[in-house]
Ligand binder design. Structure first.
Ligand SMILES: [Zn+2]
Length: 354
């Protein structure tokens, strides 16, 4: 057995070992990887793949196809079934090893860094009904202040953005405010729109950070009121934030600090939707009363977002239902008691501290 033939499998295994070590030393991982190696990876990717006008994920799939072609050509040359099976087994292990290695070195070690909540010393705990109501009140006030700045009447806001301008805007805000979250901004991370329109939506995702190309992708089918927040969420992954709840929180902070009323409004809107879910579950009657008093413009915006989402129903309802169940279970939602949603808990802790 030649060691050379197992190169990627061994490398993957070694990196899984390093990953285990890293999880035992979050502070060291933060210092060596997240605030060191990763920042260099960020710079290199952003100055190469990042400047391309199309999604670099095409290169990723092209490489996968080329590797598969190479594999089948070599497989055909093997004479016996035994040799063919042996070669296939080795190729699968090497392929997996290569994926593990690239995933970890390009982004994945950020999972082992110090969590943002710990770095910011945020006191995270489930919210009582009164706290949820207070958060709603504050968010609603802010939205009532912002909405007239972006739209003159109570009809839904449906004006599409020029995408490159929007992406640049959001990135600028992230660069300006990331220090508030003790995140290091470097390079010029990208979030690109990936065709075909509606595909990701049907798969049940709004956007995704792709570690292998170091850039993120969003569905072009998102509503104009969903895009700014979703871009901010994806860009926060580019700064090495791995947790979904933390990425939402970063996007909200960036939006609410922004002088741009569009960004700010769409961030508050996303938060409001989370809070409304809590409120309606914790106090259905109180919620029904409150919703009647909600600004007509905000109501129309929410309905417009929902109408747009309905145009791209998920491919498998079964799947999304199952995914939802898992989500509810892992979040530990208890019927009608407290809010366990991470985004409202984080925002509450942040507002209290500031
Ligand atoms: Zn995400």
């Amino acid at each position: 057995m030649k060691l050379k033939n197992w190169f990627w499998a061994i490398l993957g295994l070694v990196f899984l070992g390093i990953r285990f070590l890293a999880s035992t030393f979050p502070e060291k991982t933060e210092q060596v990887y997240s605030e060191g190696i990763f920042l260099w990876i960020r710079k290199i990717i952003d100055q190469t793949l990042g400047i391309l006008p199309f999604p670099s994920v095409y290169f990723f799939w092209l490489s996968v196809i080329l590797v598969l072609i190479y594999f089948f050509i070599r497989l055909r040359k093997k004479d016996s079934l035994r040799n063919k099976l042996g070669y296939t087994f080795r190729a699968i292990l090497n392929g997996t090893g290569a994926l593990v290695f690239f995933f970890l070195i390009l982004w994945g070690f950020n999972y082992q860094r110090v969590p943002l909540t710990k770095k910011l010393r945020l006191d995270i705990r489930p919210l009582e009904l009164e706290e949820v109501k207070r958060e709603i009140f504050e968010t609603e006030m802010e939205m009532n202040r912002l909405r007239p700045q972006i739209h003159s009447d109570t009809s839904a806001f449906e004006i599409p953005w020029d995408y490159p301008v929007l992406e640049t805007e959001v990135r600028k805000e992230l660069e300006e405010h990331s220090h508030l979250l003790r995140l290091t901004y470097t390079g010029r991370p990208r979030t690109k729109q990936v065709p075909p329109k509606g595909l990701m939506r049907r798969l049940g995702i709004l956007g995704i950070y792709w570690p292998f190309t170091g850039e993120s992708y969003i569905d072009a089918a998102l509503h104009p009121l969903e895009k700014p927040f979703t871009i901010a969420h994806e860009l926060s992954h580019s700064l090495g934030v791995t947790d979904e709840g933390e990425a939402n929180f970063v996007a909200w902070v960036i939006g609410s600090e922004s002088q741009n009323p569009h960004l700010n409004y769409t961030s508050q809107l996303r938060l409001l939707l989370y809070l409304m879910r809590d409120f309606s579950r914790m106090d259905p009657e109180g919620y029904a009363e409150w919703v009647k008093t909600l600004n007509r413009g905000i109501v129309n915006d929410i309905l417009s977002i929902r109408k747009n989402a309905d145009r791209y129903p998920p491919i498998s309802l079964e799947f999304s239902r199952a995914a939802n169940n898992v989500f509810l279970k892992t979040q530990g939602v208890k019927e009608g008691v407290k809010s366990y949603q991470q985004m409202p808990m984080l925002v509450h802790a942040w507002r209290k501290r500031n």
